[in-house]
Design a protein around this ligand. Structure first.
Ligand SMILES: Cc1cc2nc3c(=O)[nH]c(=O)nc-3n(C[C@H](O)[C@H](O)[C@H](O)COP(=O)(O)OP(=O)(O)OC[C@H]3O[C@@H](n4cnc5c(N)ncnc54)[C@H](O)[C@@H]3O)c2cc1C
Length: 509
């Protein structure tokens, strides 16, 4: 039975998806509590503060700012009053080992000029690719990203559009059908890796990221991504929400096919009318719902799904500045398809790898002490099912190897200038974030694991249980999980509209 006083909700986890869902529910008068396992909010967007350096742990590329702004306007506030977004240019610098580089910028003329430098014939191909990416963006992002796919018919309705856009082709194959030069193919296909998809198997729907970046821009939150986490946490608390840190949920308690509350570490039970899980979706089904018989089949099916890659990240601060390194660099090695095969299929930890290098001081110098520079470098690596490595042994060696490589190439002599260093391995993703198989992005975004085929935003077998975050529709990435919150909150609020005793407070706009 629902209680007759004010409704209350628990959100398990304070990732961007959890915070966005909590803000949406609180703004409609549902008394919402966020229960976060760790000592800081943000989930993958955690922050490490070492010796005067501030290292954002995860997301650094802010796109689709309007979905973030909407959370503030829902509460009759302005995002600009809480956190500033600084434009980043180039969006990314792409570098190859032979010294070639490509500044991926938003200025059309500069972009075309650079494409011409790689292969004049690809200028027209790129223009066609951009038109395709815009069409996918309109159909896949504008129309569907915040829509919950709860029934198979929701999928059937969009199938003709997906077929028309050839969504069954991979990202790489689609890019290659427009662009011939291999380096340019890499430049316009690597994006799906940022949300856990191998460009050779992720659906071409994810080429929409290119249009999304070009239309909305690429930003960095002043003070680092965690400043955005803080802004959302403040907004939530100002609206009357409760954020409780160091509060790991041990179990979602159910009775007669409905959720009645949660048990936190130590066994304390708190009743809630509804629970929204932002924790890893597989962790939620296999651990938090381990005693609920209604969902054991779902848990088993989830275990058989394909999971994204893992990441190994090295955060380091230097006692000198490297001014020529761009804010975001992708450092390609000489292998692309075979490298991704090693990581996604064969479970080989590559001896030669490609990297993403983050140098936030190019946009915001306050993230390191004066005269110093802050960095992180990340490598895609196999998840713990593909390669069950002991990262406590492998990690330090791999970090050393990566820093040697950077010392020889893009950050001359960097090893001698490092004053602080830490790593985050697939094992840390598992133990710190409860990420199934230590993945960075949950389920792999293949066509058969997208939309209706991804974990649903609502659990049909248990009343009062909902999901938000990377494992649900539409998937990983900051805009993805913030839109998943819109889909999930939409389902909850439309269900409550049918319960007369719960007059929801009007949204602020
Ligand atoms: C290194 C890295 C770089 C990235 N870069 C970008 C980028 O530049 N741009 C971009 O858009 N995306 C990026 N991403 C992806 C993006 O960060 C994620 O997809 C997104 O932040 C995930 O948000 P989420 O809502 O799914 O929650 P998560 O961030 O996964 O948070 C889930 C939260 O649940 C908590 N939790 C788990 N179990 C429990 C429990 N039992 N009880 C209580 N709490 C629990 C965890 O501690 C965690 O805080 C990156 C990811 C990584 C890892």
């Amino acid at each position: 039975m629902l209680r007759t006083n004010k409704l209350n909700a628990a959100v398990i986890g304070s990732g961007f998806g959890g915070l966005a869902a909590a803000i949406r529910l609180q703004a409609r008068g549902i008394q919402t509590t966020v229960l976060e396992k760790r000592d800081k909010a943000g989930g993958r967007a955690y922050v490490f503060e070492d010796s005067g350096f501030r290292f954002d742990a995860g997301p650094t590329v802010i796109t689709a700012p309007e979905c973030i702004d909407e959370l503030f306007s829902l509460c009759n506030r302005k995002r600009e009053d809480y956190v500033e977004f600084l434009p980043v240019s180039p969006f990314y610098r792409l570098c190859w080992e032979n010294g070639d580089s490509f500044d991926y910028v938003n200025d059309e003329d500069q972009l075309l000029e650079q494409i011409k430098g790689f292969n004049p014939a690809d200028v027209e191909g790129y223009k066609e690719f951009f038109k395709y990416s815009e069409a996918v963006y309109e159909a896949g992002y504008q129309e569907l990203v915040h829509v919950p796919f709860l029934s198979f018919w929701d999928m059937v309705r969009v199938a003709p559009e997906l077929i028309k856009l050839k969504a069954y082709r991979s990202v790489y194959k689609t890019v290659a059908s427009f662009i011939k030069n291999e380096k340019l193919r890499q430049a316009f296909s690597f994006h799906s890796l940022l949300i856990g998809g191998n460009p050779f198997s992720a659906s071409s729907i994810y080429t929409l990221i290119h249009a999304l970046e070009r239309k909305g821009g690429v930003y960095f939150a002043k003070g680092g991504t965690h400043a955005l986490v803080q802004a959302l946490s403040n907004l939530f608390e100002e609206m009357g929400g409760r954020l409780i840190l160091n509060a790991e949920v041990e179990e979602i308690v159910t009775e007669q096919s409905r959720v009645i509350g949660v048990k936190t570490a130590g066994g304390e039970f708190t009743p809630y009318d509804m629970v929204v899980s932002n924790a890893d979706v597989t962790h939620t089904y296999t651990n938090l719902l381990r005693s609920t018989k209604e969902v054991q089949g779902v848990a088993r099916r989830l275990l058989g799904k394909r999971y994204s890659q893992a990441l190994f990240v090295v955060y380091f601060g230097t006692d000198r500045v490297y001014p020529s390194v761009a804010h975001h660099s992708i450092l390609f090695c000489n292998r692309y398809k075979s490298l991704l095969d090693d990581i996604f299929s064969k479970g080989v930890l590559p001896e030669e790898n490609s990297f993403y290098l983050h140098a936030p001081c190019r946009t915001d110098s306050t993230l390191a002490p004066e005269g110093c520079d802050a960095f992180y470098v990340l490598a895609n690596v196999p998840n713990l099912a593909k390669a069950p490595l002991d990262w406590s042994v492998v990690g330090p060696r791999y970090a050393d190897w990566i820093l040697d490589y950077l010392s020889r190439t893009y950050l001359p002599d960097v090893k001698r200038h490092i004053v602080t260093q830490r790593t985050f391995s697939p094992m840390d993703f598992k133990t710190e974030l409860n990420a199934h198989l230590g993945t960075a992005f949950s389920l792999e975004p293949t066509l058969l694991q997208s939309a209706y085929f991804r974990a649903h935003n609502k659990e049909e077998r248990l009343r009062g249980l909902y999901f938000v975050g990377a494992g649900t529709h539409p998937g990983a990435g900051v805009p993805g999980v913030i839109n998943s919150a819109k889909a999930t909150a939409g389902v909850i609020l439309s269900e409550l509209r049918d319960v007369p005793e719960f007059a929801l407070e009007p949204a602020y706009v």
